[in-house]
Design a protein around this ligand. Structure first.
Ligand code: TYD
Ligand code: MG
Length: 454
């Protein structure tokens, strides 16, 4: 018997080496090299199972290629459509990553059940009965949803030839194995081989494919980085597992922008689309509480009005603690230093706890002013009026800086019934007269505070 050809692969980045290495020269990770058997036979499986004439591809004139832009299939899920850039593109390969238990299988099964064309849902992780139990909790009809419990790629392709689905879901890529690579499922060469086969299948048949991928503990999609290069779209499903909100974000999209955001709520009957997020992100409260302010932030193209809560109290044990959830801790420290230096509030001996309601993370600098207002409100125990919101960045000099897309933020605040929005006086070309909401403009932090607290 011929000796098997093997090579060593980095399980983090997928780079290859003929001998074992302790440290990967490509990504710098330690102890990631694992020996895998190389592919022996070059015939791709998809070509073998779909007995088509073997023609080589020829160059085609650009103007003669039929556009498929108009043929996007609505997925029946407005949030997913938005994230994909307006529906499912035929022949596209979409990778969905996320922590275990976040709801990837639930989301894809739900989409498969809502669609009224033939979907093949291949699961290597759960039995048909388990999937049925899950499906029974959800609302979709699932008239044309086929379930296949299979992990062998060639068997999957045989079934595809039988039933001719219009869409394919693979749950998950790490459970599949191709006969062409001999290493175990989930290894770099298997994941790469299977994805390559599926990619070829999608491009030749124009059937869209959704692949679910596990992520490692650092939040990367497990398997080689090349996986992300191979697919058309990479979607991350994220959220705090203990809270019910889930965010769907694109990190790569060949057919749309990557700034879109989808929001869901995990309920006992599956994932519910949240079309007006601001209403749930702003907690209901009775009367006015100090330490709470509302920021008009942007996540991708969506305006979210988010509640910032803080608690400031004198440090019990000498050294002050600073803790923030959902907001960058270093940015909080910077803002506290600005407050101390530019407005004279003593922060050095105060514990400061900051929390963004709803388990959301914000990176938008426009939340700065709301954070400062919330901290000072708690420090002074003076509530910020509940009908006021904020959208401005705070600079190191205590100046109130302009932020992008201010019109969108004002419109959203107005729509949600706020009386006033506090922004920077440096936003250019803004016609604040056309809004019903009061647009208050400021240049410095102390002006904002004297206005808020009288
Ligand atoms: P799942 O889709 O299995 O996660 P993943 O495929 O990303 O690993 O999600 C399972 C979680 O969702 C599980 O903890 C239970 C919860 N869940 C609900 O709360 N309601 C539901 O209707 C369903 C189907 C699941
Ligand atoms: Mg799953």
């Amino acid at each position: 018997m011929a000796k098997k050809k093997t090579a060593f692969f980095c399980q983090n980045c997928g780079s290859q080496s003929p001998k074992w290495l302790g440290k990967c020269p490509a990504c710098g990770e330690w102890n990631t090299y694992v020996e895998e058997v190389l592919q022996t036979e070059p015939t791709p499986e998809w070509a073998a199972t779909a007995n088509k004439d073997k023609r080589a591809t020829r160059p085609v004139l650009l103007k003669e290629i039929k556009g498929t832009e108009l043929l996007r299939l609505p997925s029946g899920d407005a949030e997913l459509d938005r994230v994909l850039g307006g529906g499912i593109v035929p022949g596209s390969l979409v990778l969905i990553g996320g922590e275990p238990g976040i709801g990837k299988s639930t989301l894809m099964l739900q989409v498969a059940m809502e669609l009224n064309y033939k979907v093949l849902y291949v699961s290597g992780e759960e039995s048909e009965q388990q999937i049925k139990m899950r499906a029974d909790r959800m609302t979709g009809a699932g008239q044309q949803c086929y379930i296949l419990n299979e992990t062998s790629l060639s068997a999957i392709f045989r079934q595809i030839n039988e039933i001719n689905p219009d869409m394919l879901v693979i749950d998950s890529i790490q459970t599949l194995h191709s006969d062409l690579a001999e290493s175990s499922p989930g290894s770099v060469s298997q994941v790469r081989q299977c994805t390559g086969e599926i990619l070829k299948f999608a491009k030749e048949t124009h059937i869209p494919v959704f692949i679910i991928g596990h992520i490692t503990k650092d939040g990367m999609i497990a398997g080689p980085k090349i996986l992300e290069h191979m697919v058309d779209t990479v979607i991350q499903f994220e959220g705090d597992r203990h809270l019910s909100y889930r965010l769907l974000r694109t990190t790569k999209n060949r057919f749309g922008s990557t700034s879109e955001l989808g929001i869901y709520e995990m309920t006992s009957y599956g994932l519910r689309q949240v079309s007006n997020p601001s209403e749930i992100l702003i907690s209901q409260r009775e009367g006015e509480l100090s330490g709470i302010s509302i920021a008009a932030t942007l996540e991708g193209n969506r305006t979210l009005l988010i509640e910032v809560q803080s608690l400031v109290s004198t440090a019990a044990y000498g050294t002050a603690q600073r803790s923030s959830t959902g907001f960058d801790g270093r940015r909080l420290n910077m803002l506290l230093a600005v407050l101390e230096k530019r407005t004279g509030f003593r922060m050095g001996n105060q514990d400061v706890f900051l929390n963004i309601a709803g388990g959301i993370r914000i990176d938008d600098p426009a939340a700065d002013l709301a954070v400062c207002a919330s901290v000072i409100s708690s420090h002074q125990e003076i509530p910020v009026h509940e009908k006021i919101c904020f959208a401005a960045e705070v600079g190191l000099g205590g100046e109130i800086r302009a932020v992008n897309r201010i019109e969108n933020r004002i419109t959203e605040a107005e729509k949600l019934g706020f009386d006033a929005i506090y922004i920077s006086q440096f936003n250019k070309g803004l016609d604040s007269g056309k809004y019903k909401i009061k647009v208050r403009k400021f240049g410095r932090l102390d002006e904002v505070f004297s206005d808020l607290m009288g």
